[in-house]
Design a protein. Structure first.
Length: 364
């Protein structure tokens, strides 16, 4: 059985640190916590779990802090978590099994990161990360804001998930880091333009975000997955400023990079056409979104809503406008399976049951 060092960086995490450690403390042989300047009870809480609490003066670089935390790992494998992450019970059991059966020739194990959950427990954003790493390989973090591990060798994909349970969002922090890079005259690469676009979009600067995404798309270098989402996110920005034609063009441009449709793209195209009251065309794209299969080994972002409740809910609306009330009811019921107490879905149910007695009859 392999042994694991847990490595974390923390700052002012008194609200969530114990919650995180309680889900993993019995699954690792060592806990290393690097504090970067807490002024609350974070260090006190950390010391109640481990005597391996270290201090690192914050330099403004998550990469430097994360690499510092990895420096303290002494076990065969290194696992990293953020303080607002947890392992759900099903994933704890999977990690136990992995420890017992992992081939020591494996250099890295990727796990899902459930980066968001809605109020009904549905995953809203999921992607893969290299999460369990052979310590002796001395893998390093890179990147100023959205850090990534440079990993090579024998990598396997697991179905274990780390679940993010953030209590607040640090609005503007990453945008400020990028602004300082620009002020210093630093050169941006394709990845920088993509994530800078994300920060601009999330902080309410859609026009500037469009410019940054376009720079990413036009560059020959860069990860193709970032270019797919640069097209989609740029489309969102066009929709925010009311330019539906440019939104649609940006969505279709994503096919240059993805080659085949994805639910995230199809649902957006469907909504664009729905806004234009082209309901029959919108139905086609929503149905395509529902029927597409998501690759479980996909590393880029996956937003499950775009292949589950969301297209079903919009299909309900489209079929209602086409006076196809039975189909509208069926799709609303499919959406209700994912969001049983959603007020919009319950309103639709009540409305449609007046059109179709009992909710299961023939169209009136």
């Amino acid at each position: 059985m392999i042994t694991i060092s847990l490595c974390m960086i923390v700052k002012n995490e008194e609200e969530v640190l114990a919650r995180c450690l309680d889900t993993v403390k019995d699954l690792v042989e060592e806990i290393n916590i690097v504090d970067t300047g807490s002024d609350d009870r974070t260090v006190e809480i950390a010391k109640s779990y481990t005597d391996r609490v270290f201090y690192f003066e914050w330099t403004g670089s998550f990469t430097e802090a994360r690499n510092e935390s990895f420096r303290y790992a002494t076990q065969e494998y290194t696992l990293y978590l953020d303080a607002d992450d947890v392992l759900l019970e099903k994933d704890r059991e999977k990690l136990k099994a992995l420890k017992e059966n992992l081939d020591p020739a494996v250099d890295s194990v990727s796990m899902y990161y459930n980066a968001g959950m809605d109020e009904f427990g549905n995953i809203t954003l999921q992607y893969r990360r290299n999460r369990l790493l052979k310590t002796s390989r001395n893998f390093k973090w890179q990147g100023d804001v959205h850090n990534y591990l440079v990993v090579s060798g024998h990598i396997i994909n697991s179905d274990i998930a780390v679940t993010h349970k953030k209590t607040s969002h640090a609005t503007g922090r990453n945008l400020d880091i990028y602004s300082k890079k620009i002020a210093k005259g630093e050169t941006f690469g394709a990845r920088d333009y993509f994530y800078y676009g994300n920060e601009l979009r999330e902080n309410g600067y859609p026009e500037e975000a469009i410019e940054s995404y376009t720079k990413n798309i036009e560059m020959k270098e860069g990860w193709v997955e970032d270019k797919v989402y640069a097209c989609l996110n740029r489309g969102d920005c066009y929709r925010f400023i009311g330019d539906l034609d440019k939104e649609l063009a940006s969505l279709f441009e994503s096919f240059r990079f993805s080659r085949i449709p994805r639910p995230e793209t199809c649902s957006r195209i469907g909504y664009n056409l729905q806004q234009k009251q082209e309901f029959s065309f919108a139905v086609y794209w929503y149905e395509t979104a529902v029927n597409l299969k998501v690759d479980p080994n996909k590393w880029s972002f996956t937003y499950p809503a775009y292949s589950t409740w969301y297209p079903h809910l919009q299909l309900c609306v489209c079929h209602y406008n086409l006076h196809q009330f039975q189909k509208a009811w069926e799709h609303n019921e499919m959406a209700r399976k994912y969001r049983p107490e959603d007020e919009k879905i319950l309103f639709n149910k009540q409305l449609l049951e007046k059109k179709i007695p009992g909710g299961e009859g023939e169209e009136q």
